[in-house]
Design a protein around this ligand. Structure first.
Ligand SMILES: [Zn+2]
Length: 318
């Protein structure tokens, strides 16, 4: 189950990735009122189940009559916002890159296996195992969609990336170019290239798909790789990814206590939607006001945890 939207008062419009028919869009009649008819949660994005469809001619739409949990079915990831946003990203990849009514058994199996692995993963920050699963899945999925990134070698001379070099990559080809070959490229051919650190290319090449999990990436590489795919997927599909802003929000490292306001704002403003930007600015302003108020209320009383705790501890030791 990839996505769900309302159609009028009663009906739901849903999209599925099916093993037999690939991507399907369907109407679930009266399902908005009684989702229980579908087994409770079986029309939630991320649900894996058996669904009964009636395909109406070649209208492109189907009617989904009911859903049923079966062997191998798994629940969508739980309440962890990190796992939820990783799952939303995976579902959107399928929705964007699959073609309607075109069976894609390998993509189906990859998505199903990935959702199950995410459901079992630890969603507490920094969730590096879950994030590495997601990166491995993303690489595999883009590969299945024909946008595999042959980034483990220079597209001109064929040598592998050697950190800490600065390479260039082209999202549309896609391809990578080493720093030695870069100056020799025809300027017209080099137009689509953007800088990428070699250590990211090496990290991406080390990830294996979710069936045989590789060791989690360290946090800096994971963050780089996530940013890389957040740019690559929209570039090759030609449309923005709706799940990208929340993914970025939940995967962002927690801001350093002292530098929260100055460090947090520019990063969020660069990629968040205007709405996110506003609400983040409001939240930061509120947090600052609160910290100020607490500071004024009394030095030893209940100051902001980091501002107050450090001097106290330090004082005790010296
Ligand atoms: Zn080269």
């Amino acid at each position: 189950m990839l996505s769900r939207g309302r159609s009028g008062e009663q009906d739901l419009v849903v999209s599925f990735l099916t093993a037999e028919l690939g991507l399907l869009s369907a109407i679930a009649k009266n399902a908005a009122r009684s989702v229980r008819r579908f087994g409770g949660g079986l029309l939630d994005p991320g649900a894996v189940a058996f669904y009964e469809f009636r395909i109406r001619g070649d209208s492109g739409f189907c009617l989904v009559a009911r859903g049923e949990r079966g062997p191998g079915a798994s629940a969508p990831p739980g309440p962890s916002p990190v796992l939820g946003s990783l799952a939303a990203w995976a579902l959107e990849l399928a929705r964007v890159f699959e073609t309607p009514r075109t069976p894609a058994p390998e993509a189906f199996a990859a998505l199903k296996g990935h959702l199950r692995a995410l459901a079992l993963a630890d969603g507490g920050p920094p969730a590096l195992a879950a994030r590495s699963l997601s990166l491995g899945f993303t690489g595999k999925y883009l590969g299945l969609a024909g946008f595999g990134a042959p980034l483990s070698a220079c597209s001109v001379c064929g040598r592998p990336p050697r950190p800490p070099e600065d390479w260039a990559w082209d999202a549309l080809e896609p391809r990578a170019v080493c720093p030695s070959c870069l100056p020799r490229l025809d300027p017209a051919a080099a137009r689509g290239l953007a800088p990428v650190p070699a250590r990211l290319l090496a990290a991406l090449a080390s990830l294996s798909p979710s069936e045989s999990p590789s060791p989690p990436l360290p946090a800096p590489e994971a963050a780089l790789a996530e940013a890389f795919y957040r740019a690559l997927a929209p570039a090759v599909s030609g449309r923005p990814f709706l799940s990208a802003p929340s993914l970025e929000q939940y995967l962002a490292p927690p801001p350093a206590p002292e530098a929260a306001a100055p460090a947090g704002l520019p990063g969020a403003g660069a990629a968040g939607t205007p709405g996110d930007e506003e609400s983040l600015a409001e939240a930061l302003a509120a947090a600052e006001a609160l910290a100020e108020a607490e500071g004024l209320a009394g030095d030893g009383g209940g100051p902001a945890p980091d501002a107050g705790a450090l001097p106290h501890n330090g004082g005790g030791e010296t």
